[in-house]
Design a protein around this ligand. Structure first.
Ligand SMILES: [Zn+2]
Length: 163
């Protein structure tokens, strides 16, 4: 298992729902947590390891990792906040992204059990970033023009179709 980088078409695909729950999925989720920690990341989505399916893991530093399978963001706050993001699939790039301050998410865990979570702060931020990955969206797509202009050359090299 390794992290794929921007330019790989799998990162631009709309991921499909998970239909098969069981040991294979659990093991993949466990391996993703290990890989995420090894890379000092706080979130990792299946497309980032080359699997175009709807699941991701997140871990706020100091807390337990959480796995989200077939997640749906069912509510977002009107209030938005700016926060600096980076991505294991977009090396060496950081930038401010504006997103809702809090979200309510519904998902299924590794055992196939449905749960709901109200998240704010850093957790809400990570969840929204990872959720974007399931729809082929990268945080650089959400940068404001001012920040985007600084890295446009890099992005066009990685994704020539941007031009
Ligand atoms: Zn990312």
């Amino acid at each position: 298992m390794k992290v794929v980088r921007i330019g790989d078409p799998v990162l631009r695909q709309k991921a499909v729902r998970v239909e098969q729950f069981g040991e294979a999925l659990k093991q993949t989720l466990d391996e993703m947590v290990v890989l995420m920690k090894k890379k000092s990341g706080v979130g990792l989505a299946a497309p980032q390891i080359g699997i175009p399916e709807r699941f991701f893991v997140v871990q706020v530093p100091g807390e337990q990792p959480i796995a989200f399978v077939n997640p749906e963001i069912i509510e977002t706050s009107l209030e938005t906040v700016d926060f600096t993001e980076g991505c294991l699939s977009v090396p060496g790039v950081w930038g401010d992204v504006s997103r809702p301050a809090s979200v309510r998410i519904q998902a299924v865990n590794a055992d196939g059990k449905m749960f709901r979570l109200d998240a704010d702060g850093y957790l809400a931020r990570i969840i929204q970033h990872e959720f974007d990955h399931l729809n082929g969206v990268l945080f650089v797509d959400r940068l404001k023009e001012r920040e985007l202009s600084k890295i446009r050359k890099k992005l066009e090299k990685w994704e020539p179709s941007r031009k």
